[in-house]
Write a protein that binds this ligand. Structure first.
Ligand code: GLA
Length: 412
């Protein structure tokens, strides 16, 4: 999430995916890294000490379960953000962004308390703040940021930025912060410094994913299992459809869903909705008076179970068979959690009608992306079908990416 909260994001088009009907391969691997390095040299007049990359993500299944202490199954995209960086003297941080063309500088005062750096640079300042809060001696630094992760599309451009900056500062300062500890810290930057009440999924995906695998994450314990997800071997592809739906009140709606879940857990006397077992769902629902609350709870409890079922199928090598779980997840988000919009529902329906094994909205909701599991040789046909249905309904043309599981944050 938080793309919508991105206080001074350029329009999503600034880094838009391919246009309607065209299935885009991700940008060539070297490009974004070269742009970050060239931007650094141009801006600061010397080469960077290094470059660090972190990816955007899609979530295969497990939506709005992370802040309920439940399960998620994201994977990293080949679309990534790259930070070129070098140490600077003292407590001074300067960051330039290719997307906005802005250069923002801040010092110890601005990272002494949350909220003092506004706009996109808040994600950078938030990481510095969170590291210092955790007792690390953060080196001053100059940074240049380039990215292929589209903003405002629900592919977690903000977590990619946080993860890449964090990796850079940890390496430049020789800080003792293993990868397992980094998602919590990046989440803290986002929750407390930027002020977006997100869970831990996006930062975990940006940091801990592995190429060729989906990340099965228990959001309570932060235990992970890397689940092989070899689409090509199964003759399959994940088509990511950018719904291009304008985000409608996404931040307020996200916060209100989270509050409803926390309230329901309190009413049920459990620490979090994760503690309601699927087998006990009917009993739990019978104890709630309000129909809306019952539907919110039913989404979270059934979605956790769908993640576990999907993991079991993937462990058994049955990739195609997760399709119905994806589609059931979408129905649950649409009918029970009420976080979809007409554009994403249309994309899901059109993809299924064109032969997708399953399709669902991915991410926080109220717009963003849909993913569809398709035969690899049908990806173009499914994309065309979605584009046609969009045109019939008078929606702005969708965008497309093919997603293959890529690695989490690393030094290049
Ligand atoms: C956004 C948030 C995540 C998660 C998803 C919904 O992406 O950043 O923490 O809650 O929405 O699954």
């Amino acid at each position: 999430m938080t793309d919508p909260a991105h206080p001074s994001s350029p329009p999503a088009d600034a880094a838009a995916p391919a246009s309607a009907g065209e299935v885009a391969s991700p940008a060539p691997a070297g490009d974004v890294a070269d742009r970050a390095a060239a931007g650094f040299r141009q801006r600061y007049g010397a080469p960077a000490a290094g470059r660090w990359a972190a990816p955007g993500r899609v979530n295969l299944i497990g939506e709005h379960t992370d802040y309920n202490d439940g399960f998620v199954l994201p994977f990293a995209l080949p679309l990534r953000t790259v930070v070129a960086a070098a140490p600077d003297d003292g407590d001074r941080w300067t960051v330039w962004s290719e997307l906005t063309g802005d250069q923002v500088g801040f010092g110890a005062d601005e990272v002494a308390a949350p909220g003092r750096v506004p706009g996109w640079a808040a994600y950078v300042a938030g990481v510095v703040w969170a590291l210092r809060e955790a007792g690390h001696r953060v080196p001053g630094a100059r940074l240049a940021v380039a990215s292929d992760v589209p903003l405002g599309s629900g592919l977690s451009s903000s977590a990619a930025l946080e993860a890449a900056v964090l990796a850079a500062l940890v390496d430049l300062g020789g800080l003792d912060l293993p990868a397992e500890g980094r998602p919590r810290l990046a989440q803290r930057a986002e929750n407390a410094y930027v002020g977006a009440p997100t869970g831990i999924m996006d930062q975990s995906a940006a940091i801990r994913c592995r190429a060729g695998h989906a990340l099965f994450l228990d959001c309570r314990t932060e235990a992970v299992e890397h689940i092989p997800f070899d689409l090509a071997a199964a003759g399959l592809a994940v088509l990511v459809i950018d719904s291009r739906a304008p985000h409608r009140h996404a931040d307020g709606e996200y916060a209100s869903r989270r509050a409803a879940c926390e309230k329901a857990a309190g009413l049920l006397g459990v620490p979090a909705l994760r503690d309601v077992a699927a087998a006990d769902l009917d009993d739990a629902l019978a104890r709630l008076d309000d129909d809306e609350t019952r539907r919110r709870v039913r989404h979270v409890v059934t979605e956790d179970q769908r993640v576990l079922d999907a993991v079991a199928l993937l462990r058994a090598g049955r990739v195609r068979d997760i399709g119905p779980l994806l589609t059931a997840s979408h129905a649950s988000m649409r009918d029970d959690f009420e976080i979809t919009v007409p554009e994403v529902d249309t994309a899901v329906e059109a993809a299924l009608a064109a032969g997708a094994y399953g399709a669902r909205m991915t991410g926080g909701g109220f717009g963003g992306c849909v993913l569809a599991l398709v035969d690899a040789d049908r990806a173009d046909a499914v994309a065309d079908a979605v584009t046609t249905r969009y045109a019939e309904r008078g929606f702005r043309a969708p965008g497309f990416h093919l997603a293959t599981p890529a690695p989490g944050a690393h030094r290049l």
